[in-house]
Design a binder for this molecule. Structure first.
Ligand code: FAD
Ligand code: NAI
Length: 477
């Protein structure tokens, strides 16, 4: 007789993909278990995955704190606020970040209780197929055996290591170490000018580090609209981020208290730099460690992601996979959308994820946000388009805020005027982009946005003006 606990759905991983899938499945009336192995400093459960523990949430907490510090030191004076004796209390800043993380961990545990999701703290692994479903073992403080007809794998991703430079989280740091440096390094090196490199580089630069970013590609933020990336590069360089493009790293060696990076610069000349700490942020790899995928024959693709179709179905009936462990952008909201859609598909509904309207945000200052196609993508695809831009310099609210850097850019189909992409570098771009996402989801035209009343004075007027600029009829520029 089996001693397995029976559920309709077992979710492995409680990051944004897994915990949201579990809640949605429970809302739809299924009995649901969710297994997650993340442990806090005391060994207790810390659901929320990379995003909550060492990703989105702690990075945004430190970005906010460090921005306050920079404003107090530089921007307040212009507003007529003189600050004397300003100093950094880094332990308090890090403690606040940990408190924010814990609030989110606890929030997820509360949501599990509220929705009657049974949570298991430990590692989940396939133990075999059984009775038209699957057996999943839980190892940890309390070993369990679970059985379910449907399994949703949401095991996320880990930081990619640079060959020859393993993370020690003391001198050579992944995102985990980068969020917990206990004293501001005088010289900080960052390999990879992607999202993490720019966000974490910004945090430590604002707190006083001299930051050097070493990027392998010759172009800055290649996935971002070229005009926006160029503007961002100019602004970040002006802030003091030392960004080196087209470098080739040849050797990274950790000493006792510092790290030496040897590389060829964009001209091919050999260079050597010594840093107090080095962040390596060169992308992330899917995490299928410990899942025992072989036990059931779960197929991975050639890059190690769990192979899924557009509906997140794997090669096994009843086994689904969502989030960073499958193809597509590694974003928390993409993982969440897939989690909801899978739960709804299990319930026989028509779950839906629109990959064309997933917004991207880089939380630097100014922020960069976009949705849809870039100008270079439209050119490459031979699509006839019209472009309209509006600078925040001409926006009243931005002037009042004292943050006039950047612009909003609209791209619309030359014939139908349908919005094909919206790109923003500027204040609160992360919030402004939602209007563009809604518009694109409803397949709006740029004229639709141009005709909608936007509150004055607000940054969103720059969005309306950029839409007006498509027909060269901006009113304030
Ligand atoms: P994860 O969040 O990685 O969660 C997977 C969970 O599964 C983990 O808790 C893990 O412990 C658990 N697990 C794995 N294997 C097992 C197993 N066998 N048994 C039990 N548990 C297991 N995205 C954004 O959209 N916005 C941001 O601002 C943002 N900022 C980021 C900042 C940083 C520094 C980093 C590193 C990432 C950031 N991301 C951001 C990306 C975001 O964190 C990921 O896209 C998101 O966490 C993916 O969710 P997921 O559920 O697929 O996986
Ligand atoms: P990334 O893919 O954004 O950037 C990696 C950068 O490293 C690229 O520019 C790449 O060209 C460069 N690179 C790769 N190998 C290199 C090498 N050997 N030498 C020098 N440069 C090299 O990856 P990152 O920053 O590690 O972040 C991982 C993912 O996490 C992001 O792609 C994103 O999906 C997610 N994330 C999202 C955030 C957000 O939404 N705001 C914030 C942080 C992370």
């Amino acid at each position: 007789m089996s001693t397995s606990k029976q559920f309709d759905v077992v979710v492995i991983g409680a990051g944004p993909g897994g915990y949201i899938a579990a809640i949605r499945a429970a809302q739809l009336g299924f009995s649901v278990a969710c297994i997650d192995e993340w442990a806090n400093a005391k060994g207790g459960p810390a659901p929320g995955g990379t995003c909550t523990n060492v990703g989105c949430i702690p990075s945004k907490a430190l970005l906010q704190s460090s921005e306050h510090f920079e404003h107090a030191g530089h921007a307040f004076k212009e507003h007529g606020i003189d600050v004397a004796g300003l100093s950094l209390n880094l332990p308090q800043m890090l403690k606040r970040k940990e408190t924010v993380v814990k609030q989110n961990n606890d929030g997820i545990l509360y949501l599990f209780k509220k929705n009657k999701v049974t949570f298991f703290h430990g590692r989940g692994a396939f133990a075999g197929a059984a009775d038209g479903g699957y057996t999943v073992s839980v190892t940890g403080a309390n070993a369990e055996s679970l059985q379910a007809k449907h399994v949703i794998v949401a095991t996320g991703s880990n930081a990619r290591e640079l060959p020859g430079a393993p993370f020690d989280e003391k001198l050579i740091l992944s995102n985990t170490g980068a969020l917990a440096i206990d004293a501001v390094p005088a010289k900080l090196g960052v390999i990879g000018a992607g999202v993490i490199g720019l966000e974490m580089g910004s945090v430590w630069r604002r707190l006083g580090a001299e930051v050097t970013v070493l990027e392998g590609l010759p172009t800055f933020l290649g996935a971002v609209d070229e005009q926006i990336a160029k503007e961002a590069h100019k602004l970040f360089t002006k802030q003091g981020l030392n960004i080196n493009l087209g470098v080739k790293i040849s050797k990274v060696s950790a000493g006792k208290n510092d790290v030496t990076v040897e590389y060829a610069d964009s001209t091919g000349a050999a260079q050597k730099a010594v840093f107090d700490k080095l962040i390596i942020s060169i992308g992330r790899v899917p995490n299928t460690n410990g899942l025992n995928a072989d036990a059931v024959g779960l197929k991975l693709d050639e890059r190690g992601f769990i192979a899924v179709d557009d509906d997140c179905k794997t090669n096994l009936p009843g086994v689904w996979a969502v989030g960073d462990v499958v193809r597509g952008p590694m974003l928390a909201h993409k993982a969440e959308e897939e989690g909801v859609a899978v739960a709804e598909r299990i319930a026989g509904q028509h779950g839906h994820t629109n990959f064309n309207t997933i917004p991207w945000v880089i939380y630097t200052s100014p922020e960069i946000a976009w949705v849809g196609q870039t100008e270079q993508q439209l050119k490459a695809a031979g699509v006839a388009y019209k472009a309209g831009t509006f600078p925040f310099m001409a926006n009243g609210r931005a002037r009042a805020l004292g943050d006039t850097s950047g612009m909003v850019k609209f791209l619309a189909d030359a014939t139908t005027d349908e919005i094909l992409g919206v790109h923003i570098v500027g204040p609160m771009a992360s919030e402004l982009i939602s209007e563009a996402v809604v518009a694109m989801e409803f397949r709006a035209s740029s004229e639709d946005i141009a005709r909608i009343c936007h509150a004055h004075p607000s940054l969103s007027e720059a969005t309306k003006e950029a839409a007006l600029a498509i027909d060269k009829r901006s009113l304030n520029f």
